[in-house]
Each structure stands twice: as structure tokens, then as C-alpha cells.
Design a protein around this ligand. Structure first.
Ligand code: NAP
Ligand code: MG
Length: 403
């Protein structure tokens, strides 16, 4: 069979533990036999990051800026225990954090859905994509405890020495205070990424904050989004027949629960953190959550939302059989190949990626799946539990039928 040709390489970021094992299986069974795969390879495995003093992560982000599309395997974010386990020179920063800040991007998470696994919310028929503004707010706050009565104030001194001062609370007792910030530039990048991704995926965009209570802070988010929408995206949205819709977060929550799905829901940092966990749980499984980082200038990095599945990896190392779900990692590959195909106008590549996704879904619909999904399928559906490699091989069989 003739392999699909590529022109521009994908930036390939390899990773750690069980997902690194899956990565190779996916390439060997589902990609390389069918595509004349061109990648620029970066090993973001922890060992290599340590050897290069994390330069490899920076290099991979630079390459992503150059080529425009990357696919990333899950990676370990080191903590104290990992520093000992891998005998690291330093507790290196999260690669996702480094890449995200270099690309100034927003992460969009969406579930892969199939007919035999029904979401907890019965009326959800299409995926709900969550866009989380991953900058500032409570994640970069300053806070302390107040132990006795006294006045807490907010003080700002501008570069030219002018001050602005406001009482937060005149404490008559002990309590707590917290200071938060965000930057216009970051809010604007967030807005551009959201509008771009909505156009790209032809989905409506919803955005919600608590602007009725937070009349300056959250209001800034609301106004920036509206301003950018009116100036750059209104016409394009109308042409694409999609809408931008702002509403108060309370109202959004009620509407989301009653909706069919099929839109992007953009949220501030904390709201996005919480709502993405709620939405992914309600849709079924973390192993079925895809994730893509989109920069305001339209650079894409695709990955799975889950981590390196450490518990399974330790079993694998002991020679035990594992049934780790490769779906989200496969969809990271198809997402990246599809985007590369669109940008380079290679229809065969887009077609291949679509067929690979279809082969995955067909395999699940035949009841063939990994262990994590078995408990989630509808009553009465016959299932066959497979280990990771046999599941990937079953997908390959279905893929060959489609090609
Ligand atoms: P995790 O790797 O997402 O796994 C947590 C649990 O979720 C697993 O033990 C497993 O449950 C289940 N699970 C997740 N993905 C699965 C899959 N594909 N198939 C089947 N089950 C799956 O999270 P973690 O154990 O908290 O973190 C492990 C490492 O990943 C950490 O070092 C962390 O730093 C890193 N991490 C990386 C990323 C990233 O690169 N984007 C994101 C998150 C975490 P059972 O054990 O019950 O089967
Ligand atoms: Mg969370």
C-alpha cells in the first residue's frame, strides 16, 4: 500500500512511563505503516530533560513555534519523590507549564464520546470543550492570615510614584486576606485563542465570569472579550454561522446542564480548573479526554489530558499485563496529523487521520476496549477486555478495513 506523504514535519515530543510505552505502540502499529511520517523528535522523557538541564523542553517549544503543530506524550512533572527516584539535578518545572508560557497558549479539553458510554447528564449528546485561562488569579495569589484587629489595605504604587489605596477590611477580629492579579495581555491572548479555536472547530463559544459581583476584575475579562470579538471576529463568526455568547457563570452552569453540548465553554483559571474536572467526570473517563494547546497566533500542540499513568507503568515493569487506554494519545496524533494536513493542504493526511479516529470508535462499538471503560458502558452491551497492545491491534484491523 502507498503511504501518505507529508511535507512539513510534526514536532514530536516523547514522554514518560506508561504513555511512553503506548507512544511507541501507536507509532509502530497505527501511524508508520500508513504514513511516511515526518517528525522533528524531542525526547521530553525526564532523563533527557535532566541531562540537558531542561533545554530540550525549551527547544521543543521553539520548534513548535517554527513549524506550527506539535504532538506531545504525557510527561512527569517532578516532585520531591521523583527527584530521588530519577536522581535529578533539580526539580525541573512542568514541561506543559514551560511550553504553555512560551506559546502563550490556552488549553482546550474535549471528551471523545461513543454511543455505548452515556454521559451522566442524559441530554449531553455532543462534546463540551472547556477552555481554561491558565494564568494568574488564585494560582498566583498573595495571601496571609490576620491574627488580631487591624486594617488591611490594597496599595498600588505606579512607576511614577503615584499611589492608589483602598481599604479591604477593617478587621475587628482575626481573619484572612488575599491579593490577586491578571494582565490585559494575558486576557487578550486567551480571548484570541478562544475565538480562533471556535472558528477552527466551527463551534459556538460561550464565556462566563462573575462580573456582576466583580465589577472591575471579572468585568475586565468580559469587556476584553467583547472588544476583541467586535474588532476581529464578529464578521468571521457570522460567516461561519457560529455565535459568541457571554453570560454570568451561574446562568452558564444551568444552561450547560440543560444543553446538548457541542460548544466551547471558556472560563477563568479557577472556574476552568473546577468545571473541567466536573465535565470530564460526567462524560466518563479521563482516559478519553483530549487536550490541545492553542496560541493566539494559531500554533497547536496536541496531547492527552491524562498523565503518565504511573501505577500501570510499575505493573508493566514487573512484567504484568496492563490495560491502559491509548485513546486520548491516539487522538493527539490524529489531531496533529489532521491540522498538519489542513495547513499543508494534504487531503490524504486529513482523510487518514479521520479514518484512524473512526477505526478507534468502531473498535469500541464492537465492545473491544481497555479495562477502564468496561465499567462505563451501557447495560447489556457485550464487552471484550483487551490489553493495550491487543486493543491497538484491533484498531489497526479496523483501520485497514477503512483504508
Ligand atoms: P494519571 O497519569 O492521569 O493517572 C491517574 C489514574 O487515572 C491512573 O492511575 C488510572 O487509574 C487512571 N488513568 C489515567 N489515564 C489512564 C489511561 N490512559 N488508561 C487507563 N487509566 C488511566 O495521573 P497521576 O497518576 O496523578 O500522575 C502520573 C504522572 O503524570 C505524574 O508524574 C504527573 O506529574 C504526570 N502528569 C502529566 C501530565 C501531562 O503531561 N499532561 C498531566 C497530568 C499528570 P487506575 O490506576 O485506577 O487504573
Ligand atoms: Mg483540577
Amino acid at each position: 500500500m502507498r503511504k501518505v506523504k507529508m511535507v512539513t514535519p510534526l514536532v514530536e515530543m516523547d514522554g514518560d512511563e506508561m504513555t511512553r510505552i503506548l507512544w511507541k505502540m501507536i507509532k509502530d502499529e497505527l501511524i508508520i505503516p500508513f504514513v511516511d511520517l515526518k517528525t522533528e523528535y524531542y525526547d521530553l522523557g525526564l532523563k533527557k530533560r535532566d541531562e540537558t538541564n531542561d533545554q530540550i523542553t525549551i527547544d521543543s517549544a521553539i520548534a513548535t513555534k517554527k513549524y506550527g503543530v506539535a504532538v506531545k506524550c504525557a510527561t512527569i512533572t517532578p516532585n520531591k519523590q521523583r527527584v530521588e527516584e530519577y536522581n535529578l539535578k533539580e526539580m525541573w518545572k512542568s514541561p506543559n507549564g514551560t511550553i504553555r508560557s512560551m506559546l502563550d497558549g490556552t488549553v482546550f479539553r474535549a471528551p471523545i464520546i461513543i454511543d455505548t458510554i452515556k454521559p451522566v447528564v442524559k441530554n449531553w449528546k455532543k462534546p463540551i470543550t472547556i477552555a481554561r485561562h491558565a494564568y494568574g488569579d488564585v494560582y498566583k495569589d498573595t495571601e496571609f492570615r490576620i491574627e488580631k484587629p487591624g486594617k488591611a489595605e490594597l496599595l498600588y504604587t505606579s512607576v511614577d510614584g503615584k499611589t492608589q489605596r483602598q481599604t479591604i477590611y477593617d478587621f475587628e477580629c482575626a481573619g484572612v486576606v488575599q491579593g490577586l492579579y491578571n494582565k490585559d495581555s494575558s486576557i487578550e491572548s486567551f480571548a484570541h485563542s478562544c475565538f480562533k479555536y471556535a472558528l477552527d472547530t466551527k463551534q459556538d463559544l460561550w464565556f462566563s465570569t462573575k462580573d456582576t459581583i466583580s465589577k472591575k476584575y471579572d468585568q475586565t475579562f468580559k469587556l476584553k472579550f467583547q472588544e476583541i470579538y467586535d474588532k476581529y471576529y464578529k464578521e468571521k463568526f457570522e460567516k461561519a454561522n457560529i455565535t459568541y455568547f457571554y453570560t454570568l457563570i451561574d446562568d452558564a452552569v444551568a444552561r450547560v446542564i440543560r444543553s446538548e453540548g457541542g460548544y466551547i465553554w471558556a472560563l477563568k483559571n479557577y472556574d476552568g480548573d473546577v468545571m473541567s474536572d466536573m465535565v470530564s467526570t460526567a462524560f466518563g473517563s479521563l482516559a478519553m479526554m483530549t487536550s490541545v494547546l492553542v496560541s493566539p497566533d494559531g500554533i497547536y500542540e496536541y496531547e492527552a489530558a491524562h498523565g503518565t499513568v504511573t501505577r500501570h507503568y510499575y505493573k508493566y515493569l514487573k512484567g504484568e499485563e496492563t490495560s491502559t487506554n491509548p485513546m486520548a494519545t491516539i487522538f493527539a496524533w490524529t489531531g496533529a496529523l489532521k491540522k498538519r494536513g489542513e495547513l499543508d493542504k494534504i487531503d490524504d493526511l486529513v482523510d487518514f487521520a479521520n479514518k484512524l479516529e473512526k477505526a478507534c470508535i468502531n473498535t469500541l462499538l464492537e465492545g473491544k476496549m481497555t479495562k477502564d471503560l468496561v465499567g462505563l458502558v451501557e447495560d447489556g452491551v457485550k464487552t471484550i477486555t483487551l490489553n493495550s497492545l491487543d486493543f491497538i491491534k484491533a484498531i489497526r484491523t479496523n483501520l485497514e478495513k477503512l483504508l
